[in-house]
Design a protein around this ligand. Structure first.
Ligand code: ADP
Ligand code: MG
Ligand code: ZN
Length: 483
């Protein structure tokens, strides 16, 4: 590619506080609750009502701002962003414009090319709009309006155009989601739209000093859609430049079915939001003491956590970042490690990220649904570590634990799966297998060494899969080489 990629992200994160941003309506899961059941005159935009700022929403904003190394502003100002759309009952959104809650932050991310620093321009508070559903009814097109989401606190987090690859975007976006979940700002559930990404994309010839014209892609509602949308757009823009034409500054949408972006709004059609200071709210003042109290209460964030996991437990860098990215997963991991006795901590990471993950992917279960507790996983790991069962049998045992909720030792006992280390048993098994396969034995002794593995398989089968594999292999080697 002869052009440099330049990307800036705007992320909207719902603030899952008990109540909405400017009224006392409960924040509900809009995918679960009857439409328009959490609405009052304030969030329905009735004249004569007055907004009141939700302190917890501000505190959540401060948390995110600090996690992104921003400077929280002593005074920030709410502004009206005016536009008319059926999901916006007031005809304007209360947002922040010239004076956002926080500025000048950054996030350091790990990419295949090493550490990258992505600057964060601003974090501001606003309110969400309602949700529109377009349907066909009696041959007509209808739009249904649900105001349950209208007025829910929303954080907007805007980066500088500092991302230069899909890897940068992936690292920033996944890490931001992890931070938001870790801080308890929301569930991170992108399918429910609690985190929404908009990508601003431009390209320029390498070495150019000015930025190219940017295109903003909206409705990217999964990481996959975001990546595909960006890749599509980079290619489209390169083709435009290759033809000697210019990229138009515009807003495009992502079409999931056709896997392409399409124009939504050109620059000429861009809204004039006629921002002005919200007259119904005083300036938002955040005293230094408050900021410091929030800072002192911040949890360990994913990147520091990954570093700690690596040094404390000897897990690999990849394992550490996978664990650290999901605080619930990591809690499970650390709780497992805590009850391990002799087995190394790393085994817990291997089992969780390997077999347990594979099972969850296949069954669609989430961690919280598992019948296996950390203590139960630890019991299985100990059984493997002390050679009560071999690795393969342990996988079978885990499968049964996950479906039945029974303990590892109980399953091993019930089904007679315990590994046999008894040397006379192993000696007899090997002897029998060699006797039953004289031709293969002759070939082996004539130099066909690869048959050793075949014999191992035969012997393990003859032992009902229960032989201690290290002892079995040693005994097999011994007898194969005996004349
Ligand atoms: P708006 O609110 O109109 O979208 P902003 O100034 O808030 O405008 O910028 C939105 C995003 O676009 C930011 O993340 C910024 O980094 C990014 N951006 C600005 N210029 C470019 C560009 N030329 N190429 C890629 N991204 C850009
Ligand atoms: Mg924008
Ligand atoms: Zn309300």
């Amino acid at each position: 590619m002869k052009y440099e990629t330049v990307i800036g992200l705007e992320v909207h994160a719902e603030v899952a506080t008990a109540t909405k941003m400017f009224c006392s309506c409960p924040v509900v899961d809009t995918t679960q609750v009857e439409p328009n059941t959490s609405v009052c005159p304030v969030c329905a935009g009735m004249p004569g009502t007055l907004p009141v700022v939700n302190k917890m929403a501000v505190e959540n904003g401060i948390k995110v701002a600090l996690a992104l190394n921003c400077e929280v502003q002593h005074t920030s100002i709410f502004a009206r962003k005016n536009y008319f759309y059926p999901d916006l009952p007031k005809g304007y959104q209360i947002s922040q414009f010239e004076f956002p809650l926080a500025r000048n932050g950054y996030m350091v991310v790990d990419t295949p090319e090493g550490e990258h620093k992505i600057r964060v321009n601003r974090v501001h508070l606003e309110e969400d709009a309602g949700k529109l559903t377009h349907i066909h009814k009696d041959g007509e097109e209808c739009t249904l309006v649900d105001l349950n989401r209208a007025g829910v606190g929303l954080l907007e987090i805007v980066t500088e155009p500092d991302m230069h690859s899909i890897e940068d975007v992936r690292a920033y976006a996944t890490n931001l989601r992890s931070i938001i979940r870790e801080l308890g700002v929301n569930s991170g559930d992108m399918e429910k739209g609690v985190i929404r990404f908009e990508a601003n994309i431009s390209i320029r010839p390498f070495g150019a000093t000015t930025l190219g014209k940017r295109v903003e892609i909206k409705n990217l509602n999964s990481f996959r859609a975001m990546e595909r949308g960006i890749i599509y757009e980079l290619k489209r823009q390169a083709e435009v430049l290759d033809r000697g034409e210019e990229v138009d500054q515009e807003t495009r949408g992502w079409n999931e079915e056709k896997q392409c972006t399409y124009i939504q709004r050109s620059k000429e059609e861009a809204h004039d939001y006629r921002y002005f200071t919200e007259p119904d709210l005083p300036p938002l003042v955040v005293e230094k003491e408050w900021v410091e109290a929030v800072r002192a209460g911040l949890p360990e964030l994913p990147r520091e956590k990954a570093q700690r996991l690596q040094s404390q437990y000897g897990v690999t860098k990849v394992e550490a970042s996978l664990l650290a990215a999901d605080f619930e997963l990591n809690q499970f991991f650390e709780a497992t490690v805590k009850v391990l006795k002799a087995a190394p901590a790393r085994a817990a990471a291997t089992w969780l990220l390997g077999e347990v993950f594979a099972w969850m992917n296949q069954s669609g279960a989430v961690l919280a649904d598992l019948k296996v507790t950390p203590a139960m996983l630890a019991e299985l790991i100990e059984a493997t570590n002390s050679s009560v069962v071999n690795q393969n049998t342990a996988k079978t045992v885990l499968g049964e634990m996950l479906t039945s909720g029974k303990g590892a030792n109980a399953i091993i006992q019930e089904r007679g799966l315990a590994q046999v280390s008894d040397s006379s048993f192993i000696t007899d098994v090997v002897k029998k297998v060699l006797e039953e396969n004289p031709n293969e034995l002759a070939s082996f002794r004539a130099g066909k060494e690869t048959l050793a593995n075949w014999f191992f398989g035969q012997a393990m089968r003859a032992a009902g899969g229960k032989a201690n594999p290290a002892l079995l292999r040693a005994e097999l080697e011994k007898q194969l080489r005996q004349n």
